[in-house]
Write a protein of this length. Structure first.
Lengths: 293, 293
């Protein structure tokens, strides 16, 4: 059984707060310190029993003495935070993150921090902030752990144990493969959702009130944090631009079939999407169970 | 209070069956006849108490003697069905439909049927078949009624009364305006979802298992009936191709911002989408309440 006497959550948002709650719930930690930009948010988190101590603007103080240090801010500032804490972390501590981006960033963080293990729990979706935090957020979700050649094997095992304990199905993946896969199944859908909503805005924003469940579902992730997703998309832009290219080809194939009036080919195009998407229903029974990345 | 002694449901799928159940539940009809291609499906619907009599392959027999005749098949065969029933319908009956497409089709149907009122309840989404039917399906949804100059005023009032009675918020709209609006907020999102899933298929379909809630939400409508959506998209292709053009421009603007490395402009682009999409949450409290079209 994994246990970390003290845990530092650097960035107390939906994911960080939910991990804190889940670790407490399962008895995986005793004391939790929190760092964040907003003193008010940290005080709220303390009042809700998510963290025990508040360290606004001082990640090094939050990380000091912690057995597990969790980077849970937007990915764009991970490197900066890692540098800020490197001299204050406990010698045998494990450092990890909850970011949607791995790739070269994992190797960078491994250079800065002695026992870093990159983790990406596929949970959270478009929700933000501690208001939506729950000790059950990770239950039934995948968690991708990036295991590099340099990674400390015992730290990797400990993190796998932690994620299993809070209800995740753990999968190991190369950091660069992770970024390709999630460019396709997470980052691209975000760009598409932003573009879809802005298409309504370009036409007449007031028309959005006529939208039904289909539009609501397909655009829900456009409510995700613009700051967070700006960072993710920019840091993964090469993979992302490759897949926006494939996506546009698919859309243009449909446009061409509409213009040429080939009903059979159009129906086959739709049906191949229906079949592939339906796999997600069949695999999980409850298709809404898994979280978002 | 509206009341139709006998109602004919031509096409007993999710929407037709749900309307039958809702009308029974509210005491708006006494007897319901059903037409459909599948005798087996009609027998199931009869066993579940959705319809009272089955008329496989004979819409004229189902429509005979009905006070309300509901076209609830895929829109692609509405005209054919209307022609098949025109000589057998009761003289003072009202004819309506549940289709996602209005425009010229409404004028065509008004030529064939004496008291036709075009209706589009924004409900149902990607679900199909009587298994998902519910007397509560329409509660809290919009229903668009297309009122043309030729439309019979009392028939329009009766339909508005019917939809209100089953829980809809009724809005009147010109048939051609309807098709523009729904090309934007319903048909375009369907095409985008089909293209998104096929982008995964083109890359490596097995990667879909890594998808989280974001991908699931944004691609859910790709499970909609390929046959139904083939018809809708083809019949509304001019509006649809205009909006795929606007959509591609939006996606290309995001691509350009990714390439040029302008984080501020990219964040503003995402934020304008977040703000507009959030309107759907604020307006309804429960953002999942409204149905799809």
């Amino acid at each position: 059984m994994v246990f970390f006497r003290k845990t530092a959550i650097l960035g107390v948002g939906l994911l960080g707060a939910s991990l804190a709650l889940a670790m407490r719930d399962k008895g995986l930690t005793e004391e939790i310190s929190g760092f964040g930009r907003s003193a008010e948010n940290l005080e709220k988190a303390k009042a809700r029993g998510i963290i025990d101590t508040c360290h606004p603007d001082d990640p090094a103080a939050a990380a000091a003495g912690a057995d597990l240090v969790v980077l849970a801010t937007p990915v764009g500032i991970f490197t900066q935070i890692a540098k800020a804490i490197r001299d204050s972390i406990k010698k045998d501590s494990i450092q990890t993150d909850l970011g949607s981006l791995k790739g070269g960033l994992v190797y960078e963080l491994e250079e800065i921090l002695p026992r870093f293990v990159g983790c990406h729990p596929i949970a959270g979706g478009e929700r933000m902030g501690i208001g939506a935090a729950s000790e059950r957020l990770f239950e039934g979700s995948k968690c991708i752990i990036t295991r590099t050649e340099k990674a400390n094997a015992r730290a990797v095992d400990a993190m796998a144990g932690l994620w299993s304990a809070v209800g995740c199905e753990v999968e190991f993946m190369d950091p660069f493969v992770h970024d390709e896969v999630y460019a396709l199944v997470s980052h691209l859908p975000h760009l598409v959702a932003y573009a879809l909503v802005n298409t309504v805005g370009d036409t007449d924003g007031d028309l959005i009130r006529f939208a039904g469940k289909g539009f609501r579902d397909s655009s829900r992730i456009a409510m995700s944090s613009p700051e967070l997703w700006r960072d993710i998309c920019r840091m993964n832009k090469d993979n992302l631009l490759r897949f926006t290219g494939v996506f546009k080809k698919n859309l243009e194939r449909i446009e061409a079939l509409l213009k040429s009036g080939e009903p059979g080919a159009l129906e086959r195009e739709f049906d191949s999407a229906r079949k592939l998407r339906s796999r997600l229903e069949n695999e999980n029974g409850n298709e809404n169970k898994n979280g978002n990345g």
